[in-house]
Design a protein around this ligand. Sequence first.
Ligand SMILES: Nc1nc2c(c(=O)[nH]1)N[C@H]1C(S)=C(S)[C@@H](COP(=O)(O)O)O[C@H]1N2
Ligand SMILES: [Mo]
Length: 414
Amino acid sequence: MSNPSKPNRRGFLKGGTALAGLAAAGGAKEAAAQATNQSAAAKKTEEVIGYGERSRFITSKRYPVAGRHSPDEFGLMFHVLTPLQDSVGIITPSSLHYFATHRGSFIPDIDPKEHRLMIHGMVDRPLIFSVDELKRLPYVTRVHFIECLGNRARAADATVQDTHGLTSCAEWTGVPLSLLLKEAGVQQGAAWIVAEGAEEVKGSSSIPINKAMDDCMVCYAMNGEPIRPQQGFPLRLMVPGFEGIYQIKYLRRIKVVDRHYLTYDDYGHITADPKAAALTNQIGPKSVITYPSGGHKLQGPGFYEISGLAWSGAGAVRGVDVSVNGGRSWQAAELRTPAYPMAHTRFGFHWQWDGQPCTLMSRCTDELGSVQPSRQEVGKYWNDPPERIRVRGNDNTIQPWKVGADGGVTNGLA
Ligand SMILES: Nc1nc2c(c(=O)[nH]1)N[C@H]1C(S)=C(S)[C@@H](COP(=O)(O)O)O[C@H]1N2
Ligand SMILES: [Mo]
């Protein structure tokens, strides 16, 4: 804000520069050169302060899952992993949020002014919203994790980025879906919704109407700014606690229907075995130690603060236990952040390393009292032979990290 009683400081400075330029040489050439310098300076200012960047000494990066390059030779994007080994707190920076496309896709370049969301099907009043119209409505802001069903630890994985990097957590802002559905007037007999994205492969998923009316959000912002294109700009459906594939990006259509629709993307995520099918929509109680984890190196015996993340699709994290002896005994860790429902929660644990080889583990209990299982427990449940345990649905099994006598940390599944 300028103060009208004082001379305009910017105008004053500009005038001064112009006079100085004239006095020095008076040539048109010099004036032109000066103008160029000024616009270069303005551009530099814009670059340096317009939109921030991190220190050049910080190199933490996402990378694609093994064997699936992103972008591939056609420019399609697949699955890209968050560097959880470097994570602190619970918010994943937007630039490091994992991203995934169901079948490989170009990230669409959507003009938000052109974009529309249609709500139709079994409703009294089909509605079409522009992004600006949605932004006029009452909104909520919540912290939620997203996790892909493909987030499963393999013995060959070296780091926690490889074993668990297909989950991230952000602050999401949007309109409650229930508000939009009530506005449209859901008809008797409606049982599901089908949500569809705008990109060329039209990612879509079926969601039960009770979940849609409960806590789903039509989001337009993430971590304090418009959602990034890789995360679904300009609109994304948030289905808290459900596996990633339900969180429809580039949301353009919600159809209210009377049954579960077998969409292109639901296919492959549902199975004829109801026991397994029930495991594929809601993420189970899960946790992982992010420090120290695979690839870290401890600098000799002494004090270390074990740090990790815990989450559950069923609600808030109630507690986390840590074992420093491969699961023979467990001790309660401290929760270091608020335990928001369906959000990553940071835990910490004081540890004196005696220099002996050992195995570190963490185990989450959620607000329902459900406890994260070990791989052995899951294998027993499915009657798998111990050497060939196959985790069906969401892999929420306990992750062991082995600490060697040299302080090197490796995957305990290997
Ligand atoms: N429109 C659309 N929405 C989508 C997808 C997609 O390919 N298209 N991929 C889904 C999958 S498989 C996951 S795991 C999550 C990933 O969300 P993110 O890319 O923001 O991390 O988005 C889901 N929503
Ligand atoms: Mo996914």
